[in-house]
Design a protein around this ligand. Structure first.
Ligand code: SF4
Ligand code: SF4
Ligand code: FES
Length: 254
């Protein structure tokens, strides 16, 4: 948050490419602007668009780390542009779109398709097995469980963890930090009555928690600082427990 005593001249190198335009070739454009106090990358990019190139594409909505739409590679690291201050960066700033997602143009990517696919593969909704009873009393939930579920729901689907993940970049089906966090959120919800065997299908295997190599780049870049290490430990414990129980049951019945 420190601000320089004298204004700097910031030099941006920005990836440009419009996949919809057959004449467009991927290349880098350079722009220079004067830094202003408490300038975020959101402000800097708007300044570049105002004074240099109105065609520059990038995404923003909330400008306050809530909507998750402004993720991009900032000097080689996924980050939210709206919460990144230029004063925390050197004068030379390189901006690229997040990898692992379909490019829309320049710095704009389609995270929605990835997140929708992940939600469909994991069936990220409450699986209630009881028939609906309009007379039934409201189910109670402990404060601890409610807090744990709320913690998982803080994910803003920015895609930074996915972009940082080597496995997700190689395998588009890999659930990555956001997907594994989503599974854990429903797994710990007592209203979701999926069986251990059903959860095993969702989260075990190479596309799930056992495909994760555990170097935790995802946790390093998560702007909401979600406790992803704890999430993976929880999923491994639950999944191995389910497998152990299934084996024991088989042995006993043999
Ligand atoms: S710890 Fe797992 S999910 Fe996170 S970046 Fe590494 S491989 Fe991806
Ligand atoms: S887990 Fe963190 S980095 Fe990943 S999508 Fe959610 S908020 Fe973004
Ligand atoms: S603009 Fe919404 S998170 Fe950055």
């Amino acid at each position: 948050m420190t601000q320089p005593a004298t204004a700097r001249r910031l030099k941006f190198e920005i990836f440009r490419f419009n996949p919809e335009d057959e004449n467009s070739e991927p290349h880098i454009d350079s722009f220079e602007i004067d830094e202003t106090p408490f300038m975020s990358l959101y402000i800097a990019l708007n300044r570049i668009r105002e004074v240099h190139d109105p065609g520059l594409q990038f995404d923003f909505a909330c400008r306050s780390a809530i909507c998750g739409s402004c993720g991009m590679m900032v000097n080689g690291r996924p980050a939210l542009a709206c919460r990144t201050l230029t004063s925390d960066l050197p004068e030379d700033i390189q901006l690229y779109p997040l990898p692992a997602f379909k490019l829309i143009g320049d710095l704009s990517v389609d995270t929605g398709t990835w997140f929708r696919g992940m939600a469909e593969r994991t069936e990220a909704w409450i699986h209630e097995r009881q028939p609906f009873d309009p007379e039934a009393e409201e189910e109670r939930m402990s404060d601890d469980i409610a807090a744990a579920i709320y913690e998982g729901d803080r994910c803003i689907e920015c895609g930074c963890c996915v972009a940082s993940c080597g496995v997700a970049n190689l395998d588009p089906e890999f659930l990555a930090g956001a997907g594994l966090n989503r599974v854990a959120r429903f797994m710990m919800d007592p209203r979701d009555q999926r069986s251990d065997a059903e959860w095993f299908e969702v989260v075990a295997g190479d596309e799930g928690v056992f495909g994760c190599v555990g170097m935790m780049a995802c946790a390093d870049v998560c702007p909401k600082e979600l406790p992803l290490l704890e999430v993976y430990a929880y999923l491994r414990r639950k999944t191995l427990g389910a497998r152990f129980m299934a084996r024991n049951t088989k042995k006993k019945s043999a």
